[in-house]
Design a binder for this molecule. Structure first.
Ligand code: SF4
Length: 203
């Protein structure tokens, strides 16, 4: 089965952990973030290519030696990569041992997607936007119940050490006090690693 992609980006350094990584970015996302930087993943005509799992593996395999030598690997992003959990799981069953697998996700997906990839993921970069449901809805046009449920699921499975939580400042949507409140709630859940940054304001 073919999976739609918006791009494959090789030779990334210091963007998502150790070593050289390749980003495999999938088309499609359940959110409609106001300042989305990858709007092509939301448009029907924004797809780059459709590839099956073996074709994706063949494409990224050219950097096998870099991955093995540097402790790097493949990062799945998008769009929302967990919508393609079946493709990620099949990819991970086929890939060579030793590749570090990361996902960049909003975690706003049905639990079954998270459960499908969890056995293979070494690290999650989770952009929670803001834990306040009202701020979240205004910014993304979606509710964040799946996000909270999936964060709890990660804690009950002892996976908090595999998680970096991204806590953005979202101009016109949240404040430093809101970010501090999100952090407090996430710390109480057991998360320990946080990444703070500013979204770039776009129309
Ligand atoms: S989650 Fe990411 S890809 Fe999806 S709409 Fe928001 S910024 Fe865009």
């Amino acid at each position: 089965m073919k999976t739609p992609l918006i791009g494959i980006c090789r030779h990334r350094l210091a963007t998502d952990g150790e070593g050289v990584t390749t980003l495999v970015a999938f088309h499609g996302c359940p959110l409609r973030c106001k300042y989305c930087l990858n709007k092509q993943c939301l448009r029907a005509d924004g797809m780059w290519r459709e590839m099956d799992v073996q074709e994706i593996l063949n494409e990224v395999m050219v950097d096998n030696l870099y991955f093995q030598a540097t402790g790097g690997g493949v990062t799945f992003g998008g769009g929302e990569p967990l919508l393609r959990s079946d493709a990620i799981a099949r990819f991970c069953k086929l890939k060579p041992k030793g590749w570090h697998i990361s996902v960049e996700t909003s975690l706003n997906v049905n639990r079954r997607h998270l459960e499908e990839v969890a056995p293979y993921v070494d690290h999650y970069y989770i952009d929670i936007k803001d834990m306040n449901p009202d701020i979240y809805r205004r910014y993304t046009a979606a509710d964040n119940r799946h996000v909270s449920d999936n964060l709890r699921w990660l804690t009950t499975h002892g996976d908090t050490g595999k998680v970096t939580i991204r806590l953005p400042h979202i101009p016109d949507y949240n404040t430093k006090a809101d970010i501090a409140e999100s952090r407090k709630r996430l710390k109480a859940m057991g998360f320990v690693e946080f990444d703070y940054f500013d979204y770039i304001q776009r129309d």
